[in-house]
Design a protein around this ligand. Structure first.
Ligand code: GLA
Length: 381
């Protein structure tokens, strides 16, 4: 299976941990539709750890916990498919999942067959309890081969947290996305740390296998399994903008059944989703910095651009510091010096405001924790 754009969906882990069940999944699926999230592009509903019984059956097969999923996974997949959604499930390349349930290590072909028979569409594949003598690349490769030979298109979402220099081998394995970060928690510190770590990995992200910066915490407000301090809506907005701009997978992690209007507005922002899903998936590059602080990227402010399919540009200015900064980009850094006879028309993806940049630089005062993201058109100067 070839993956052409970053996968989008909702995953149970951030809010519900191991406490998942069919009712929760169906309610969340219904919300995906009623809230417009499905129509905005979110299609996978992923059951993370905790869906199975702690032991395989007498034939060595994985079994769904009958108390949590009384009708089994296949019936749930049918329901989701009828709603225009897809079902994701979770297993592990090691002997056990991180939550202590059976892993798929040395059962790869059997489990891929089971998932295919349940009409699963997506497998998140973790890295806990990996035998030391086994190679990560081979474990992901074996599961990818098993899925590719299962008779069903099942996207392999690798989750080895960047361990063992995952970025050096993951694209050879057949995974369709890979966790390029450690686990997220619901705090601004965590969001900042993951975004900074991503700067060195932007060149790994391309069609076929996308960087996965971990599930979104937007809208968690400190509640649930990885709930911590929580963030302000501005920080959640910047978090979403960063993940979208960097073409990460977009997996919602809050309880969407109770999300606020502001959370829904952030998660459905059409301009950012279009940038995230841009078919070219070109690498971002640095085009400016913080005017009163430093030249070029510094620790806490990033100003990046991406060339989009069809000729437009995406330009993002991110202020991860706690204080307002004057962030800028220059036309020279965009390879558009004055003599080339073109200027930019910027549309702010949050406000819809339009402005032009004729020469030199564009500067905006961006509050601490806030961002600006523009879609830019080239027009005659
Ligand atoms: C690991 C993964 C998380 C989640 C848990 C489940 O920590 O990185 O995303 O899947 O395991 O136990």
């Amino acid at each position: 299976m070839v993956v052409y754009t970053p996968p989008m969906g909702w995953n149970t882990w951030n809010t519900f941990g191991l406490q998942i069940n069919e009712k929760l999944i169906l309610e969340s699926a219904r919300t995906m539709i009623d809230s417009g999230l499905r129509d905005a592009g979110y299609e996978y509903i992923v059951l993370d750890d905790g869906w199975s019984l702690p032991h395989r059956d007498e034939n060595g097969r994985l079994v769904a916990d009958p108390e949590k999923f009384p009708r089994g996974i296949g019936a749930l997949a049918d329901d989701l498919h009828a709603m225009g959604l897809k079902l994701g499930i979770y297993s592990c390349a090691g002997l056990m999942t991180c939550g202590g349930f059976p892993g798929s290590n040395s059962y790869e072909f059997e489990d891929a067959q089971t998932f295919a028979s349940w009409k699963v569409d997506f497998l998140k594949y973790d890295y806990c309890y990996k035998p030391q003598h086994e190679r990560g690349d081979q474990l992901y490769q074996r599961m990818a081969m098993a899925l590719n030979n299962s008779g069903r298109d099942i996207l392999l979402s690798a989750c080895s947290w960047g361990a063992d220099e995952t970025e050096k081998w993951i694209r050879s394995t057949g995974a369709g996305c890979w966790r390029s970060t450690v686990d997220i928690v619901d705090s601004w510190e965590s969001i900042k740390a993951l975004a900074k770590r991503q700067r060195g990995l932007m060149g790994c992200n391309a069609i076929g296998c996308f960087n996965d910066m971990d599930m979104l915490v937007t809208g968690m407000n400190g509640n649930g399994n990885v709930g911590l301090a929580g963030c302000t809506d501005t920080q959640y907005k910047t978090h979403f903008a960063l993940w979208a701009f960097l073409a990460s997978t977009l997996m919602i992690g809050c309880d969407i059944r109770n999300m606020s209007e502001e959370t829904a507005r952030i998660l459905k922002n059409p301009g950012l989703i279009a940038i995230n899903q841009d078919r070219a998936c070109r690498q971002p590059f640095s085009v400016g910095g913080s005017f009163n602080f430093a030249c070029g990227d510094d620790e806490d402010s990033f100003v990046w651009a991406r060339l989009l399919d069809g000729g437009d540009l995406a330009i993002g200015m991110f202020n991860l510091s706690d204080h307002p900064r004057n962030l800028y980009f220059t036309l020279n850094d965009l390879a558009l010096p004055r003599f080339c006879g073109r200027k930019l028309e910027l549309t702010d993806v949050w406000t819809g405001e339009v402005c032009q940049v004729g020469e030199g630089l564009h500067m905006a005062k961006v509050d601490g924790g806030d961002c600006r993201v523009y879609r830019a058109k080239l027009i005659r100067a």
